[in-house]
Write a protein that binds this ligand. Structure first.
Ligand code: MN
Length: 336
């Protein structure tokens, strides 16, 4: 491999630790879950435990093919002070971890080294040791290189876990974040016995009926504001379809492929406002910048933010984004 990830600090921190806590973010995706699961496999020994936790939420059903998922708990049920090393995986900042993020990181920093391994360009380097590579398509891509540098053995299960994180974040090696290195890392994982067939079936092909019902509802209410295309997921829609929120995840990518749309937004209704997920297919539309206007962030083609308030806040968001991405400045903005 031509791209070593060298981290003597991480090597030393792991070597000195006996009780590691690895945490990933709320609304976990394949990369978050795979990062956690691989971390446990890589570093747990008879003399060292690795406890896994999410900031909030549950593991998506699509990942059932990974064994041992019940090892993943919730950060707010864990006493951070019991650990002598805390690793945050795939978390750009404390907020991304979830509502308990700031407390978890602050508590951890008081008495233990904190490792931050991530690939988001907006990462705020909040930890003691920051291994942040925005050129990586997934945190699992960084981890594969790190494990290799540390001489961690790869069996087929480990390779499948890591490849599922990469496949998840690159939508099957199709996002612009996919580089030659991503392909090389993936090729190596295949050589280690990763089960690509199972990953692709579970992540991209098999879906429950409830997902179809939810997509039908979300797509039936699609609207445009200028060159922004958007739709919304409400608690009522989730209840009616029997789906959970994670089943809506692919919709925003699907919307972004609409001819004439320069950006897509999915708004998830929350008690105090909305969680927003954005995508763009155009290089000149940077959605991390757009969501940044509302306190969010992410990647240039995929980013998110939260809106707090009533429908006027949503209207401001939609109109602001629409105006910013408009190719015909001064065009009238459609009221929603
Ligand atoms: Mn990721």
């Amino acid at each position: 491999m031509n791209y070593p990830v060298e981290s003597p600090q991480i090597r030393d921190a792991i070597k000195r630790s006996e009780r590691i806590l690895a945490v990933s973010h709320a609304n976990p995706d394949a990369d978050a879950v795979a990062s956690l699961m691989s971390f446990k496999r890589a570093f747990e020994t008879d003399a060292r435990s690795v406890t896994l936790a999410l900031g909030a939420g549950t593991v998506p059903e699509t990942l059932v093919f990974i064994e041992g998922l019940d090892a993943i708990g919730l950060a707010d049920e864990i006493d951070v002070s019991e650990f002598d090393l805390v690793a945050l995986l795939d978390c750009a900042d404390e907020e991304r971890v979830g509502p308990v993020g700031e407390t978890v990181v602050a508590d951890a920093l008081k008495h233990a080294p904190v490792i931050n391994i991530d690939h988001h360009v907006t990462n705020s380097r909040y930890a003691t040791i920051n291994l942040v590579d925005p050129d990586a398509a997934a945190t699992c891509e960084i981890l594969q290189l790190l494990y290799e540098d540390l001489g961690i053995p790869f069996d087929a299960d480990m390779a499948t876990i890591l490849l599922s994180g990469i496949q998840g974040d690159t939508l099957g090696l199709r996002t612009p974040s996919t580089t030659g290195r991503t392909l090389q890392v993936s090729a190596q994982l295949l050589d280690h016995g990763a089960d690509l067939d199972t990953i692709v079936d579970h992540l991209f092909r098999i879906r429950p009926y409830s997902t179809l019902k939810l997509w039908a509802q979300a797509l039936s209410r699609v609207e445009t504001v200028g060159e922004l295309i958007w739709t919304e997921i409400t608690p009522e829609m989730l209840e009616e379809s029997g789906a959970d929120e994670s089943e809506a995840e692919g919709i925003v990518n699907f919307l972004a492929g609409t001819r004439g749309a320069r950006a897509a937004a999915m708004l998830y209704r929350k008690p105090d406002g909305w969680r927003v997920s954005m995508r763009s297919l155009t290089e000149d539309v940077d959605v991390s910048e757009l969501t940044g206007l509302f306190g969010g962030g992410g990647h240039s083609r995929a980013a998110g933010c939260s809106l707090t308030g009533d429908e006027s806040v949503r209207e401001t968001f939609l109109n602001t984004v629409s105006e910013r991405i408009s190719t015909s400045p001064g065009a009238s903005i459609v009221r929603v």
